[in-house]
Write a protein that binds this ligand. Sequence first.
Ligand SMILES: [Zn+2]
Ligand SMILES: [Zn+2]
Length: 249
Amino acid sequence: MKYTLDTIPVLDAYKADCECPLCKLRILCEDQYLDTMLSSAYMEPEWRIKSNETGFCTRHFELMFDRRNRLGLALMTHTHMIEVIKSLEKILGEGDSGKRGLFARKSAEDGAPAKIRARMEGCVICEQVDSAMERYAYTIAQLYFTNAEFKQLFASSKGFCLPHLALVLEMAEKTLSGAQMPEFKKAVAALELENLKRIEGEIEWFTLKFDYRNDGKPWGNSQDAPDRAINKLMGACVGAEAEMPAHND
Ligand SMILES: [Zn+2]
Ligand SMILES: [Zn+2]
């Protein structure tokens, strides 16, 4: 697969000083795709066919629900539901010949519960966000060797959340040369471990601040340490780093 560089957004995210620049980019992407989906894409046949078939994950249904275009969301949900009902008629209607017992029993993957779960997997917005994130992770690995400004920003950055750490290493593995990969991996590992230990110290101080003997001592950088620790482990999901940009829809 051929990837394209996306230099400007990556440089901007690195200039923002955050725990994970890829989380910053992910949230901007989500915001943009949610807007597109609710403002115009749902009326375009190509997108509507995709959303009818695939639907949305819980997070993206929730985020669309929070925005104002309830009619757009209702239209998409309605036609997706029609497709889901068609699938369910098949899943719930098939294969019950009345036979019971050891030999008639199907394997777990063939059963209705597994098929219902599989039918509800997937999300049109996740698909787009995931492919943008692969492009950004690819860009990070490439810029490290080709862009002096980026290399400097990278060195003073705070590493990645763990899901994005895995993604960056995966994309680097796929696209860097055999000679580049060990150097990149070493730089990423040093940055990541240093920053994981920093947050571990910050969240420890947060817990120690609850000891009355530490009452008068300064919080330092620890007041939002639980938020940042959770985000570092899981990708931005709580606190200020997980907030969507303000919009006036
Ligand atoms: Zn991240
Ligand atoms: Zn999703």
